[in-house]
Design a protein around this ligand. Structure first.
Ligand code: CA
Length: 420
């Protein structure tokens, strides 16, 4: 694939450009406000004069007060020798604090150490199981270690296979420090009507169940109905319990007693959830849902919740006004395609290095590299934290709570306070 091309929905960039003429004044005001906010904390370019006593300082390192300062953060490159193409995720290895498994879109799994002197090694390669011709939003998209990985060595993967297109959730076992890719147990297969909006995040919750994010299946407007149809798994966040040869739906899932509804569904009304995570302190689920024409959104996910797609896109009716938001859960935050084009959901920050961000959900945009944060303990609007310019495909949460940004720039980064 052409790695100069953004991965998940660059065709929507064209949408965004086409839609520019229709952009509302409010969106432009948002852009202006963000730009002003981003500039407000620029350090003085000459760096010469010390601030007078008692004045506020523009030194971002001093921003340890209650509120994070806009623009006071950045992505700092780590591991400059690690140059892996089209990384789709990084997952800390349980029991090995400084090691991650890094996924590539084309099916490789690399064991990467946070110690720069240790070179990456190939942990596994499932490229032969992937679709021969991967669509832009297809590939090896997700990994979850078994909650008891340190004893069972089980690893779950989510990938695109064909043909016809379908998504596969399968379990493997690590043997002698590598994944035994020859031995696969398929847990779930989902037919995909198109190569787009395949979702792909998988993660075990604090309840021990496996959560699986599925997009609406693509095909733009035509697929939007899938997200509102409880009879299909598409456009939903699933909650399942893997078994020896498949899975069960937990008996307390929200729709187990609803006739015609799939018992695996935990929440629905998503277009293409691109990364969700559990707040390690509260267990709450935060999810980035990629928009179609105008809006990207952040959702705080609760059991049984309907997040609106394809009735709503963000806070607006989607191509069918008038519509009603009755019964739908509004996003916690949105941003327009004037400032980005494809959300990458992140994590609620629980690290120690930036205490002012404790309890803030950190997320970014694939196309612009902009990173925002929002205080999960308030209803305040998001704060623009960094303008990285990087193709952020995923975030990773390290055991100490610090965050890594995974990119399509053949580079990994730490999310840090901007150095003065
Ligand atoms: Ca929504």
């Amino acid at each position: 694939m052409n790695d100069a091309t953004p991965p998940f929905r660059w065709f929507h960039r064209l949408d965004a450009i086409a839609n520019r003429r229709e952009l509302s004044l409010s969106a432009l005001l948002v852009v202006f406000a963000l730009a002003v906010a981003a500039c407000a904390d620029e350090p003085a370019s000459d760096g010469g004069d010390a601030p007078p006593p008692g004045s506020s300082t523009s030194d971002p390192a001093a921003a340890t007060s209650a509120q994070p300062a806009a623009g006071a953060y950045e992505l700092a490159r780590i591991l400059p020798d690690v140059k892996i193409e089209a990384m789709t995720g990084a997952y800390p290895v349980p029991g090995a604090a400084d090691e991650m498994i890094v996924l590539t879109k084309t099916g490789q799994l690399w064991r990467v150490s946070l110690r720069p002197e240790v070179a990456p090694t190939l942990f596994g390669d499932i490229s032969e199981r992937l679709s021969a011709k991967l669509g832009r939003e297809q590939g090896l998209l997700g990994l979850a270690f078994s909650p008891t990985f340190e004893s069972d060595r089980h690893v779950y993967l989510f990938y695109s296979s064909g043909s016809p297109d379908h998504s596969v959730l399968a379990r493997y076992t690590e043997v002698d420090d590598a994944l035994n890719v020859a031995d696969e147990t398929v847990i779930l297969e989902v037919p995909q009507p198109a190569s787009k909006h395949n979702g792909g995040q998988i993660a075990f919750g604090p309840d021990g169940y496996l959560y699986v994010a599925l997009g609406d299946g693509g095909l733009a407007d035509a697929a939007a109905g899938n997200a509102q149809n409880l009879g299909t798994l598409l456009g939903s966040l699933l909650r399942i319990e893997p078994t020896d040869d498949g899975y069960d739906a937990p008996p307390d899932n929200p729709f187990v007693d609803l006739p015609g509804a799939r018992s695996e569904i935990y929440a629905y009304g998503f277009r293409n959830p691109w990364r969700f995570s559990f707040d390690r302190a509260t267990g709450e689920i935060w999810l980035g849902d990629v928009g179609e024409a105008r809006w990207e959104e952040v959702d705080r996910v609760t059991a049984g919740g309907n997040y609106g797609w394809g009735i709503f896109e963000g806070l607006e009716c989607f191509r069918q006004p008038p519509c009603t938001g009755e019964g739908l859960i509004a996003p916690r935050a949105v941003y327009s395609h004037e400032v980005g084009c494809s959300i990458t959901g992140g994590y609620v920050y629980r690290g120690a290095a930036m205490p002012e961000l404790t309890g803030w959900y950190i997320y970014g945009d694939f196309c612009t590299g902009t990173i925002w944060g929002l205080d999960t303990g308030s209803e305040d609007p998001p704060v623009l934290l960094a303008d990285s310019g990087r193709t952020i495909s995923s975030f990773a949460e390290l055991p100490d709570g610090e965050l890594i940004a995974v990119t399509f720039d053949r580079a990994l980064f730490r999310f840090v306070r901007r150095q003065p």
